[in-house]
Design a protein around this ligand. Sequence first.
Ligand SMILES: CC(=O)N[C@H]1[C@@H](O[C@@H]2[C@H](O)[C@H](O)[C@@H](O)[C@H](O)[C@H]2O)O[C@H](CO)[C@@H](O)[C@@H]1O
Ligand SMILES: [Zn+2]
Length: 327
Amino acid sequence: MAVVTDLPDRRLLLVHAHPDDEAIGTGATMAYYAAAGAHVTLVTCTLGEEGEIHVPELAQLAAAEADQLGGYRIAELAASCAALGVTDHRFLGGAGRYRDSGMMGTPTNDHPRAFWRADLDTAAAQLLAVIREVRPQVMITYDDNGFYGHPDHIQAHRVAMRAAELAAAEGIGLAKIYWTALPKSVLAAGMSAFAESSDNPFAGVDQLDELPFGTDDEQIAARIDATDQHAAKEAAMRAHATQIPDNSWLYSIAGNFGAEFMGVEYYTLAVGVRGPGSGPYGWEDDLFAGLPLGDPDPTGAAGDPDPTGPAARTPVEPGPPEAAGVR
Ligand SMILES: CC(=O)N[C@H]1[C@@H](O[C@@H]2[C@H](O)[C@H](O)[C@@H](O)[C@H](O)[C@H]2O)O[C@H](CO)[C@@H](O)[C@@H]1O
Ligand SMILES: [Zn+2]
């Protein structure tokens, strides 16, 4: 088990639902901080057993056939982490503890080991053990809609936020918690850029509000420009060949937008105090901005005499499941 004092000053924890989410949603950020010498810990909550298979020769691994896709995606995830320079990866509760629940409303949501059915405090306790060990200052996960409404993403949000509450109660809370986001200005630019394209990922979408994701620019807290890591992100995505086919719109957008699409990732700040930023909305360019680094108690919470200090928290109370309208 790592001892905190052996780890770099900056420690970033990411909580993702499936193998592939780390690459698609935060690959550039992970590669950026790993290359900069921060300690990056990835926790993936399921093996992705219910995924599609875009590699024909592997079709028999599907859940309805040999049900071996989860095991295969362990290897894809290892290759993705290698491409990103991330060496600390864990599966929540150990590999195979929680099963991919499938898309919202499908029968696999009711599988006995489906992550969607996990006991919240039991799952949060497993993430708390990682937080106790690594003592990250910053955590990244999804918003309360799981970014796009997948049950495992919503559950990953709930587990991560519950674990953060438990950690704070022990005085080892996280100084900052970010949620993945896409600014509506970026989505609008993408929609217009592809309006005439035969390979338009926005085909059939007339209004931004029809998309299950998108955040007003003024709600964005951080823009991480890791364009120099765009190749690492693309390599990590290509490691997930069963999920992301070579002709995926993700690559065509990258081809059209290039490093800007692949290398820039955005976040809202759910907990913590924003550091210095720039531009019309004061976007941070560093997730550790404003933190007292090198401090064994990263939040400064224990004995912090100044309630408005770096540890000042803007606690987010996740609403009850029914409030999310998803149970
Ligand atoms: C990025 C992500 O969360 N992928 C999940 C998701 O995959 C979707 C699913 O296969 C769906 O059937 C497709 O139409 C859609 O294009 C995919 O993004 O859900 C899978 C099942 O839970 C999961 O394994 C995959 O990692
Ligand atoms: Zn996912």
